[in-house]
Design a binder for this molecule. Structure first.
Ligand SMILES: Cc1cc2nc3c(=O)[nH]c(=O)nc-3n(C[C@H](O)[C@H](O)[C@H](O)COP(=O)(O)OP(=O)(O)OC[C@H]3O[C@@H](n4cnc5c(N)ncnc54)[C@H](O)[C@@H]3O)c2cc1C
Length: 380
């Protein structure tokens, strides 16, 4: 470990790794990533890997569209096959109110330049005959949405960053920060103290605690989310199928397993890696309702991870108002995997060039909550 780094990134998940890569690509001289556990041990390695551009807030649509451009050239640029598949996302509306909301969203998404279709239940049946359309009022489909393997993507950015000169310290926790005259001057890690010119908080579920180390307040809370995977079956579905009102997302992995998860509105914020049978029972019912022919499929395992939630379910990205050299990219809620490429690129530009070139992240600063909260609705 060097005595000093130009930039210290706390957190080696998809977000921290993307920021590191984009900083180095733009010419950062020395970058260190500190990861308290192993790479992809946090939400990234536990997530569904979905990549969706169909959001209710224009911010999320734009960032996701830029991310898709970056995912498309990931293999060529980063040198890692991340099992990226443009299979589309099929969103199912089960109430008239939800259907109306979808229509409004599609209008806005089209204005943002996204190609997205509104499908009647009969068209859903024709195009995706394996789906039980009982109760479906309407659906939307975006063919350029997709999914990828989050572990591979996380490791891809990490390896490329190391090739470009980053020092990556796993099993190294940042325990404290030294602040002097409105600047972070160094971080205390479990491997020792290191000086730095700038710090980025990409600590996912621990974003609030890492912010406090520098006296910064962030309005983030971490909630457990569970997900399961089944034995593999012959590949039959390309899109990720999702319902907000019925609270599920389902996709098939490259080797045939079905991956599906849901949120739990009764959960209180805390770090909790335990899994429970309530989840298994509820999600199995949903799976066999929508795909009755999978009644006999076996569950291989289930696990838990955390959504680091912001008050409006949109990421909090920018510079701390109270410190000159403290940046954060946190509060990604359920969509940090897919937004990480665009956000990493934008934050790197903001840090090194003083302004962004590809995505406008000015509305994602923490100050926005002073004006009230307009929450993203398309979430599970
Ligand atoms: C079940 C589930 C399903 C999901 N599905 C999707 C999906 O389909 N699509 C999508 O886009 N998103 C999805 N998400 C959300 C997505 O996983 C996250 O938003 C994203 O992974 C956040 O990336 P990150 O790098 O910010 O966080 P993480 O991957 O959690 O990385 C943060 C890292 O910081 C480290 N860290 C924390 N504190 C310290 C410290 N003091 N010192 C050193 N290191 C520290 C942690 O160990 C961790 O590895 C899902 C999440 C879950 C839980």
């Amino acid at each position: 470990m060097k005595e000093k780094y130009e930039i210290v990134i706390i957190g080696g998940g998809m977000v921290g790794a993307s920021i590191a890569y984009h900083l180095l690509k733009l010419g950062a001289r020395s970058v260190a990533i500190f990861e308290k556990s192993y790479i992809s041990s946090g939400a990234t390695g536990r997530c569904g890997g979905g990549i969706r551009q169909q959001w209710s807030s224009p911010n999320n649509v734009r960032l996701a569209m830029r991310s898709v451009q970056l995912f498309e050239k990931f293999k060529e640029e980063i040198g890692m096959d991340i099992e990226y598949k443009r299979g589309g996302y099929l969103l199912l509306a089960y109430t008239d109110e939800e259907a109306q909301g979808f229509e409004n969203n599609v209008r806005m998404q089209k204005e943002e330049g996204l190609e997205v279709e509104i499908l009647s239940p009969n068209t859903v049946k024709k195009r995706f005959p394996y789906i039980n359309i009982e109760g479906v009022k309407l659906a939307t489909f975006c063919a350029s949405d997709g999914h990828a393997n989050p572990h591979l993507a996380n490791f891809g950015y990490i390896r490329k960053s190391m090739e470009l000169g980053a020092d990556v310290f796993t099993h190294t926790k940042v325990e404290n920060m030294e602040v002097s005259n409105g600047r972070v001057v160094g971080v205390q890690t479990t491997r020792g103290y290191v000086r730095c010119d700038l710090v980025v908080n990409a600590a996912g579920a621990w974003s609030k605690e890492v912010a406090k180390m520098a006296g910064v307040e962030l309005p983030t809370e971490s909630f457990r989310h569970q997900i399961l995977v089944t034995e593999p079956v012959e590949n039959f579905m390309d899109p990720l199928v999702m319902s907000f009102s019925h609270n599920f997302y389902i996709r098939q992995t490259k080797h045939g397993s079905i991956l599906m998860g849901q949120g739990d509105k009764d959960e209180k914020p805390r770090i909790n890696y335990n899994v429970n049978f309530k989840f298994t029972k509820e999600i199995s019912r949903k799976l066999t309702k929508i795909f009755p022919f999978l009644r006999k499929i076996r569950i291989v395992r289930q696990w838990a991870g955390h959504y680091n939630m912001s008050p409006d379910a949109q990421p909090i990205v920018g510079k701390a108002p109270t410190l000159e050299n403290y940046f954060y990219a946190v509060g990604f809620s359920g969509h940090g995997f897919m937004l990480a490429p665009a956000v990493g690129e934008a934050l790197a530009e903001l840090i090194l060039l003083g302004s962004t070139r590809h995505s406008d992240i000015s509305t994602l600063n923490v100050d926005r909550f002073e004006k009230g909260v307009v929450a993203e609705k398309n979430v599970v």
